[in-house]
Design a binder for this molecule. Structure first.
Ligand code: UD1
Ligand code: CA
Length: 450
């Protein structure tokens, strides 16, 4: 017998989203909505949660993978019917069944813990979350008797005007006694809308003389359900604020936080400063004492300590400590800057390594290149890495000096300490320590010892 089983409902039609993408896969702060529910479940129990899927089930399965156990709801007959699909897997197997809807990503794990505690203490058939709000948001309304006991939930679609005026709302988070739940769930009445509402189970418990516990939460933002794209935008803003606050409390300086967009998947070190209009996205890690922005995008990248990225785009890249980039440069997939590398303005680096202390100040492109340490890449240097059919590598060894406006026609190698004169087109390998220039470049002598 499991102590706790979790069921997340995510099968519903996303009609109001007007989207090809299932609602629960719409991203919030860079993460699919459903992922927030899945991660919260993992914090509460090591048993995988059940995810009820239906609309767009294939897409949801691909996105969520093996983090959950899937239950298919073939006909979308309402939230009560959705939960009933989990019966064969859970009946007689769990003491407590915690259920919530996948379209409320702002819910906090602390709130779920408090609900579980209440349920544990009272041992009733149902404990649920409610909230009081001025805007009813289309939520079900909580019905109470004179003594203040919960007696039912009425859905907005079938509520009377008097019921619609009720300010206490159903959040869509319930804790059930496992033995009580399943036989009762199977007896839910069909609603006038032709669905089996999970919410009707509350009145069933009350009709039996049982007490339904309600935990009233204070913060309505936590349970904002996302039904259309205006809700999505509100939830996104709330999530961004939450993430920014977390990083500020962790010692990150955000100048004008409302203009800084940090995905939920990002890590940032202490004493880093982030300037406005900066986006940190995807699998990104930022070190300590960095300066990022303004006007910068860092996506799926790892940035060490003490780095500066100004008005630039960095994606799929690695920057080791004290590297600096920008303004107006683009690091693409596979760019790797070692310690102290300087990439200045209007530079592009793709699938290339620059060794410690190398500099690439102005108007250059490096693609498929391996650059040693303390190399100087002159202004306007280009690796001609593509011959129209295939990509070819360029190797520039330690301490080489590439003069301004050089074309390196790959595959090609420039030896250690070699000097290439300005305006050269390098079509052949240049031996270490030699001086070469011209079009095409030829070796003209040896570099003089200093
Ligand atoms: C539901 C509640 C309402 C509550 C609100 C809180 C019911 C009947 N109503 O309304 O009382 O105030 O949430 O946000 O429960 N789903 C399925 N299969 C279905 C239908 C829905 O899996 O057949 C899933 C959806 O994917 C969604 C969740 O259940 O994640 C809630 O469904 P939704 O249609 O959004 O319900 P609401 O109208 O918001
Ligand atoms: Ca909803």
């Amino acid at each position: 017998m499991n102590k706790l089983s979790i069921v997340i409902l995510a099968a519903g039609q996303s009609t109001r989203m007007k989207s090809e993408l299932p609602k629960v896969l719409h991203p919030l702060a860079g993460k699919p909505m459903v992922q927030y529910a899945v991660e919260m479940a993992a914090e509460l129990t090591s048993e995988k949660p059940l995810l009820v899927v239906g609309n767009g089930a294939g897409q949801v399965r691909r996105a969520v993978g093996d983090q959950v156990i899937y239950v298919e709801q073939r006909e979308l007959l309402g939230t009560g019917h959705a939960l009933l699909q989990a019966r064969p897997l859970l009946e007689g197997r769990s003491e407590t069944v915690l259920v919530w809807y996948a379209d409320m990503p702002l819910l906090s794990v602390d709130t779920l813990r408090r609900l579980l505690e209440l349920h544990e203490e009272r041992k009733g058939p149902i404990a649920m979350l409610t909230v009081e709000a001025d805007d009813p948001m289309g939520f079900g309304r909580i019905l109470r008797d004179e003594a203040g006991q919960v007696v039912g939930i009425v859905e907005e679609a079938v509520a009377t005007d008097a019921q619609k005026a009720i300010r206490e709302l159903n959040c869509g988070v319930y804790c059930f006694d496992g033995d009580w739940l399943w036989p009762h769930l199977a007896q839910l009445p069909l609603s006038p809308k032709g669905e089996y509402y999970l919410t009707d189970i509350v009145a069933m418990a009350v009709a039996e003389g049982q007490v339904v516990e309600a935990l009233k939460i204070d913060d309505v933002t936590e349970i904002r359900g996302i039904n259309d794209r205006t809700h999505l935008a509100q939830a996104e803003a709330a999530m961004r604020q939450r993430i920014n606050k977390k990083w500020m409390l962790e010692g990150v300086t955000l100048l004008a936080p409302a203009l800084i967009f940090i995905d939920a998947t990002v890590e940032i070190g202490q004493d880093t400063t982030i300037y406005p209009n900066t986006y940190l996205q995807g699998a990104t890690t930022i070190g300590r004492q960095c300066h990022l922005g303004p006007n910068t995008i860092v996506r799926d990248s790892t940035i060490g300590d003490g780095c500066t990225v100004e008005a630039s785009v960095v994606e799929g890249a690695i920057l080791e400590d004290n590297a600096d980039v920008g303004p107006f440069s683009h690091l693409r997939k596979g760019a790797h800057l070692a310690q102290g590398v300087h990439v200045g303005n209007f530079a592009e680096v793709k699938n290339s390594y620059l060794g410690p202390g190398s500099k690439m100040g102005h108007f250059s492109y490096l693609g498929d290149a391996t650059v040693g340490q303390e190399v100087n890449i002159g202004a306007g240097t280009i690796t001609c890495n593509y011959d129209g059919q295939r990509k070819h590598p360029t190797i520039i060894e330690d301490g080489a000096f590439i003069g301004s406006d050089t074309m390196l026609v790959a595959p090609v190698r420039v030896g250690a300490g070699a000097k290439i004169g300005a305006g050269s087109v390098v079509t052949h390998d240049i031996p270490p320590g030699s001086v070469a220039y011209g079009v095409p470049a030829r070796v003209k002598g040896k570099v003089k010892e200093k």
